[in-house]
Design a protein around this ligand. Structure first.
Ligand SMILES: *Cc1c(COP(=O)(O)O)cnc(C)c1O
Length: 461
């Protein structure tokens, strides 16, 4: 029987090349702590079951350093990691929403490692205003007078209501008192902002007269919310934006619109019309809010555009300090807006490109993948019709025709196969449909096709 006497000392271990490399990579302290833990585990193995293959000091040393290396790698590994999105949901909130354009990543990398003029006026040589960044590009692409950027769209709505409706009433249709997801409920945000909710109309029908009847001397604004993640169908009515703006003008009230996704140009996505930010600005909304990382395809951000007067109150509100964004967000947002402004978003911004990818292109990629997976030991594969969605509150109810690579497991269940895909490096997130695993290449970056095929080929058992 082997005895713990063959265990090496920590000092002896530290002379080994692999342990030295571990010290260089993770620091002496962490490496030594990991060695101690590993050594005590190996001691337990040695004194416990005599099935351990460790017979001499060299084998014990190797076992300890291996355990230490594994533990250090696992413990000091970042938890945020790239994944392959094969779900067909383009703006997938759980998967980090918009993948960013290559030019955007480059721009962020350029600015992140150094100093910038974030809050410095280079002409005057003194303190400048952070909110000037992205404002010029935003006003250019939306046609608005002014723009402000905050942490996300929930923050944007909160800030706008706090600045423009504090302790006064915001009129909202009952059909728009919605929960967007992730706990973002319009009534709660209103309460948190200090605004007083004034509900009008019914869930399915609200008329202009309902708004008009609710106006009183405590009214601060009219709020309109884009129904991002649902559609009320059938017997429905709501005034359009120009009508609301007309009403607002009659009573001297600003109209604030929470657009949610905020597409820059009018688009029809899978048969659902998605209004553009520019259209809202042009219709006369005093303020429009939208997300930076939904259909715009940029970084997480809340973008507020609108009239100069309203936005200067938003900018000077004390909450602005708590909700402001950092240099990396400005860098990513400006680079994203530049792609839009230059009219090449469809080629360079992944979200826009995925929305526009023709079915035949997806079909070709799916067939190629299926060809490479032919004869796989775990599943059969074929290519079938399917539907992708915009996700993230863009074009609710939209369905984009797509082609799916469908994996039919030979022995295991579809659930088991789907779990195995999530365990790959990088993890592959897919959908289960009718007891099969389906992969929608619309949301897989084309440059990841090869990686995906290789990972799937490598799956055994
Ligand atoms: C998504 C969405 C929000 C929240 O935006 P975040 O950027 O996720 O904070 C608010 N309102 C609407 C209508 C939305 O679709």
């Amino acid at each position: 029987m082997t005895t713990p006497r063959i265990l090496p000392s920590i000092d002896r271990l530290r002379r080994r090349p692999l342990v030295r490399a571990l010290e260089t990579e993770y620091g002496r302290e962490a490496a030594v702590a990991a060695l101690r833990t590993a050594a005590s585990r190996v001691r337990e193995d040695l004194t416990g079951a005599d099935t351990t293959p460790i017979r001499d000091r060299e084998q014990a040393s190797a076992a300890i350093e291996q355990r230490a290396a594994t533990e250090l790698a696992a413990r000091l590994e970042p938890s945020l990691t790239p994944v392959i999105n094969a779900t067909g949901v383009i703006v997938h909130t759980n998967l980090g929403r918009a993948p960013m354009a290559a030019a955007v990543a480059e721009r962020v990398a350029r600015l992140a490692g150094g100093y910038t003029n974030l809050e410095y006026d280079l002409t005057a040589g003194r303190r400048g205003a952070r909110h000037t960044h992205a404002a010029r590009l935003l006003t250019q692409v939306t046609g608005a007078e002014a723009a402000v950027v905050v942490n996300n769209n929930a923050a944007a709505v909160l800030l706008v209501l706090a600045a423009l409706a504090d302790q006064r009433e915001a009129i909202v249709s009952r059909g728009e008192l919605v929960e967007i997801g992730g706990g973002f409920r319009i009534p709660d945000i209103l309460r948190q902002s200090g605004a007083v909710l004034r509900e009008v109309g019914t869930t399915n029908r609200t008329r202009l007269a309902d708004y008009a009847g609710a106006v009183n001397d405590r009214t601060a604004l009219i709020l309109r919310v884009h129904p991002s993640n649902f559609r009320i169908e059938g017997f429905t009515a709501r005034p359009d934006l120009p009508e609301l703006v007309g009403l607002g003008q009659r009573f001297g009230l600003p109209v604030v619109e929470d657009l949610g996704s905020g597409h820059l140009t009018d688009v029809s996505i899978g048969g659902v019309d998605e209004p553009s930010v520019a259209a809202s600005v042009e219709a006369g909304a005093a303020v429009c809010c939208f997300s930076g990382d939904k259909l715009l395809g940029g970084p997480q951000a809340g973008i507020i555009v609108g009239k100069e007067q309203a936005l200067s109150r938003v900018q000077s509100h004390p909450l602005m300090r708590a909700l402001r964004v950092d240099k990396m967000t400005y860098a990513a947002l400006e680079a994203t807006l530049m792609e839009h402004a230059r009219g090449r978003a469809e080629a360079t911004i992944p979200v826009v490109r995925m929305l526009a990818t023709p079915v035949r292109e997806i079909d070709t990629r799916a067939r190629d993948l299926a060809g490479r997976l032919e004869g796989h030991s775990m599943f059969g594969v074929d290519v079938v019709d399917g539907l992708s969605t915009a996700g993230g509150g863009g074009a609710p109810g939209s369905a984009l025709p797509t082609r799916l690579a469908r994996l039919t497991p030979r022995t295991h269940s579809a659930a088991r196969l789907e779990t195995r895909l999530r365990g790959l490096h990088p993890p592959v997130v897919a959908r289960i449909e009718q007891d099969r695993v389906v992969l929608d290449l619309r949301t897989v970056l084309p440059e990841q096709d090869d990686l995906l095929a290789t990972a799937l080929i490598g799956l055994t058992r």
